[in-house]
Design a protein around this ligand. Sequence first.
Ligand code: CA
Length: 226
Amino acid sequence: MNILVVEDEVKLTKLIKRVLEEERYQVDIANDGDRGLEMALVGSYDLIVLDLMLPGISGLEICRSLRQEQSVVPVLMLTARDAVNDRVAGLDAGADDYLVKPFAFEELLARVRALLRRRIQPENLASQTLKYEDLELDLVRHEVMRAGQRVELTAKEFALLEYLMRNAGQVLTRDQIINHVWEYDFDASSNVVDIYIHYLRSKIDEKASRKLIRTVRGVGYSLRVK
Ligand code: CA
């Protein structure tokens, strides 16, 4: 789990980093708003601990910008004591929770755990699961289910299935599949796609009466629509 801490009080930042690292989180730090926003937009974080009052861009503005960019990363806002308006403004700006300074580190850890847990609740995962008939592919947990049964796939098989599911019903040529799933160029005569389709079939289709992967002779493959 990667956490970004945006806070300008250097001593406090170091303490937060240490406490989080003791719990095995990976922690990056930004000590001003501009750097914080840049890192938040570019990096892939599971959570952001964001101080409200920062030099440069404020915590509120960072939060608003993230939400404008469709980021769903959980944000834990740090606010000054008794500043009720700040808390309301923080939540309005899209923060998920807030913590009033000074806080106990146990409390910080509890909020962090709660936010990370909430992030992987099923209702939040709906948009991150691809479904086709009784086939489900969970992009976050990297799990595949067919008719409610877990199917173990390798990374390449998973990537291939994800590509087929995102383009369900469309016929994908071998070249399209190679270009998308394998990052480097394969010999055009290579039968790597056919081999992997074979693996995938043996895992998701073999035991099912309805076969979902369709061969379109001379062209390629599709995830069935008919
Ligand atoms: Ca501050």
